[in-house]
Design a protein around this ligand. Sequence first.
Ligand SMILES: Nc1ncnc2c1ncn2[C@@H]1O[C@H](COP(=O)(O)OP(=O)(O)O)[C@@H](O)[C@H]1O
Ligand SMILES: [Mg+2]
Length: 880
Amino acid sequence: MMKQYLEVKAAHPQALLFFRLGDFYELFFDDAVKAAEVLQITLTSRAKGAERIPMCGVPYHAVRRHVAKLISVGEKVAICEQLTPAGKGIVRRDVVRIITPGMVLDDDVLEARENNFLAAVLPSDDAETPWGAALIDASTGEFIALQPGAPEVIADELGAVSPREVLVPEGSEPIVENLLRGFARRPALALLGADAFDLKRGKALLQTHLGVQTLEGFGLEGGGASLGAAGAALRYLKETQKSGGGHVDRISLQRRGGALVIDEATRANLELVKTLKDGQRSGSLLGVLDRTATSPGARKLARWLTAPLADAAAIGLRHDAVGELLERAALREGLLATLKEIADVERLCGRLSLASGGPRDLESLCRSLSAMPRLAQALGQLNSQLLKALIGPLMHVNLGELCGTLSRALVEEPPAVQADGGFIKKGYHAELDTLIDLSTSGKDYLLKLELRERERTGISSLKVRYNKVFGYYLEVTKANLAHVPREWIRKQTTANGERYVTEELKTYEEKVLTADEKRIALEQRLFEELRAVVVARAGQLRAAADAVATLDALVSFARVSSENGYVRPVIDDSQVLELEGGRHPVVEKALGGDSFIPNDVKVDREDAQVLIITGPNMAGKSTVMRQVAIAAVMAQAGCFVAAKKARIGLCDRVFTRVGASDNLARGQSTFMVEMTETANILHHATRKSLVVLDEIGRGTSTFDGLSIAWAVAEHLHDRIGARTLFATHYHELTDLAREKPRVKNCSIAVREQQGKVIFLRKLVSGAASRSYGIEVAKLAGLPPEVLARARELLKNLEAGEFDESGRPRLAKRATGTEKEKAAPAPVVDDSQLGLFSAPKKAAPSSAQQQVLAALESFSVDTSSPLEALNAINEWKRKLK
Ligand SMILES: Nc1ncnc2c1ncn2[C@@H]1O[C@H](COP(=O)(O)OP(=O)(O)O)[C@@H](O)[C@H]1O
Ligand SMILES: [Mg+2]
């Protein structure tokens, strides 16, 4: 046995080998050590000669859970089964399937509402040659070659689908790993020999697999290096699944330019599919917009959001469909009810194609198919071109036929396991019916036989029984042994009596038992036939499943648009982005009711290309900017937008960057990350892009940060021309509006009311006044002298005045440097500070002087906010 183990293990060095021994899967050596730790199960050992080898095991019925756990930490698992029954010579064993993070089919492991992609990446040797990449989802059969491109471009596109596992040629793992570093969910890496990525071999494999002479029919011209990657991905699928992979029956080339590009950082910052804080779906945009009824619908909608369209006509088609579904509420509800009856047909087909599906998969496929004509019928009442186009795939004749076959063949509620039969309906197959009759009529027959023999022998306690060793036998207690007829054959003596068989019993047994065996074998054969029919229809099934998913996603958009009062945006080729009464769809939901305050925002090429947005902390700067970016994403994904009126000039890319110290989710983000990301924007943004910069420059010292922010804004204005929203805490940046024609200052209004700052949440023209900290102090009741001085000190600080020893010259006064000569508080000449301008005053009182002295010596750097507040309180008391 151990020899066999070692042979199998040698063939699968990269996977943890689950070796079937009776009712357990056992792991040995390092596999056992690793698995015991991850699974928290006991590590034991087994004697082998003089030494002991580590081992652990899991019962066969719990294997799915344990495999799921190992996959979730990025391990691979090879399942080795017994291929011949135990007890008849040496048991043959071999690996029947390898489960890897990118190659799982089990519903326990798969996230129903997410695709489970494996990516294959083929890096190039030099900077000029583009990289190739391909994606394959073994559970649904989707197979995509990406247009070859620069590494960062490939990374963005992979990031959009967040693959679980990335296949790379041996030796390239460092550069690929480096490329994937920014991914929110780091995929597992899998290695394959470089020859598996060979372009010629890849093409040949694809051609044989897809059964074509040339790949041109799939539009793969220009696939280049990506075909090598696609070949490797397909090879990996076949090798791990030990199957032909028949459901992967097409491949498409995903060309660039068709989609609105959203990079990883933007997707994260806008919380498109999960929240920044805890990575949850709920609380993200997807969480609000996804009200789909089916898992394929949910996956489709998520992909629409992460890769929206960039073509006005295509977007228009989706908007038409959403609009019509929105208006026809009753019909929409009907569609939704029918959608709920439909299972995950893509994955059902995947499982059945890879020979891991069971009778229940056939049955739920059958139920799903029978619902599709009802969808088609409802769609017939609508006019939208996109919706009408779904009718064809839903009504394909082959599917009706398949549905008929399946419903004739399968019982209503088939058993979960296929091995014991019992899932084929009576009347489907004549031979099977006879066999079923034979084995089920057995009970009647036995009862009759028992009665007959009782009467004949007069043994009233006579029983027909069955066990595995003798088959059927007659049991007679000791007291009745005298009545046993001569022709009975004694088989066994027990403590209480004797066991006999008769000729009749044996003949009967032969018939019944073989009937049972034959019945089960026949059912397996019929199952395989049905499975083959399904696999042969994989193409039509997938087209139908895709139509269901599309419809589901559109219905979901219509539902949320109707419930949340979204409006159809005007989409054009202008460079305008205008929201009237725009809202943030997620914050709005979180606040509930109508407490969210809508805002009008307009960016264009005329005089408001770059909006500099100022306002105190918590005013709502980030929210208003994000809602603009989100509106663009939603609109181009085909949804209506959270506004009263919207006009969106097509965007080619959306960028969102958040200053380092504001960027909680990415952990210890450094200034370097912030600048790398900013550089990325400046390299890739175009006039058609939308750029949202949220307090960029925070990660460094004030002057550096301000200078960088200024230069970046200038570059976006002068050179790139992208629509830009720039929130900043550098008030100086508002001066840019004076110099640049298309820079406009906005701020979020606040108001003072009864000693409190009220956040009005309204975006207004013009810059905010800068000194909100001091304003808050004023609201707290600080005397004008102190405020004036504080303002002066602030100015000194901002001017960065230092004394000879390098310490801030805090004490420096506008009218003199000596404390004793302290002059009255100065008039602040900055007109923007009008709100805070201090009145001219007479010489300070001694209390005031004391306070001023204390203020001078107060160390801002080493004090906590609480200490500062206490100090202010104390000064106030003194001044009373
Ligand atoms: N338009 C609005 N209506 C209602 N509440 C808002 C609005 N905008 C922002 N808020 C609330 O204010 C909080 C702070 O907003 P945020 O955009 O983070 O401010 P800032 O970026 O200016 O510091 C948000 O968490 C939200 O609860
Ligand atoms: Mg903010």
